[in-house]
Design a protein around this ligand. Structure first.
Ligand SMILES: [Mg+2]
Length: 177
């Protein structure tokens, strides 16, 4: 399976249900921030995110934030949601994921990466042998580097949607742990 294919593709983070996580046997999530939990630079999460985090944690799954953005942006945001975090994580490289895993109270059996970018979140998860959920980008973004990455993603997202039968729901693409 391609290094660019997520385990599952969904529209938004709140579409991830405790039942899906049980099905995938996930006990920890490494969670992206920008365009996953909130618009880039915004301190206010998307609607339902706070409640979703509580629901997932109540189901016994641990959550650590793992973002490539700066500490100044990520730490206060994570604290406002009561979550531990790793900033400047250098996804798709494995260092940030390893730092995030060390923040979990128990050694996780099966870790899931959740984010909106193929070239950081999904590629990083596949390189680290972890599973991933790819979300649709939700907010307008500006700047050349993100424009380029989004352009590079276009064909791959189409293919992922085709694998999903034309919608955003569950594909069982990459089952490697
Ligand atoms: Mg993101």
């Amino acid at each position: 399976m391609s290094l660019f294919h997520p385990t599952v593709a969904l529209r938004k983070v709140t579409d991830i249900s405790p039942a899906l996580l049980r099905q995938l046997e996930i006990d920890a999530i490494l969670l992206d921030v920008d365009n996953t939990l909130a618009p880039p630079t915004s301190k206010i999460p998307y609607e339902g995110v706070k409640e979703w985090i509580e629901r997932i944690q109540a189901s016994g799954v641990h959550i650590v934030i793992c973002s490539n953005n700066y500490k100044k942006r990520i730490q206060p945001f994570a604290e406002s949601l009561g979550l531990d975090c790793v900033s400047m994580s250098l996804k798709p490289l494995p260092f940030g994921f390893n730092r995030a895993k060390r923040k979990l109270r128990e050694k996780p059996k099966s870790v899931l990466v959740v984010g909106d970018q193929i070239y950081t979140d999904v590629l990083g998860a596949n390189l680290a042998g972890m599973r991933s959920i790819l979300l649709e980008p939700r907010s307008e973004e500006h700047g050349f580097s993100i424009w380029l990455r989004r352009r590079m993603e276009t064909g791959k997202r189409k293919k992922i949607r085709l694998l999903n039968g034309g919608n955003h729901h569950v594909s069982q693409g990459n089952q490697s742990h």
